[in-house]
Design a protein around this ligand. Structure first.
Ligand code: FES
Length: 100
């Protein structure tokens, strides 16, 4: 894996079985479409993050950080689950992180 530059962000959507049943594949496509022309932000799928009951889960890593932060319940409202982080708020957070 190539080393990330200081302000580069890697967003990894969990595609494990529990997150998949909560819409993580659709979330991955939505985020890929949202950031397709945004330099310095990479969106990809990944294996289970071991927070299965809280999904869809997303790992966000920035710069040379060895450990990123896991965001749980991303987009649940979009997929009809009443609680969780709104996709629009997650996207705003990623863009703000990119600028900081
Ligand atoms: S299936 Fe997503 S955290 Fe395990």
């Amino acid at each position: 894996m190539a080393e990330r530059k200081t302000n580069e962000i890697e967003v990894s959507v969990c595609l494990g079985p529990d997150c998949s049943t909560r819409g993580s594949e659709k979330l991955l496509v939505y985020l890929q479409n949202s950031f397709h022309d945004t330099e310095g932000i990479t969106i990809a799928g990944r294996s289970c993050l071991n927070r299965c009951g809280e999904g869809p889960n997303v790992l966000v890593e920035k710069g040379s950080e060895q450990r990123g932060e896991i965001y749980t319940g991303v987009g649940r409202k979009f997929f009809g689950i009443p609680t969780g982080l709104r996709i629009s708020d997650f996207i705003k957070f990623i863009l703000l992180e990119r600028l900081s």
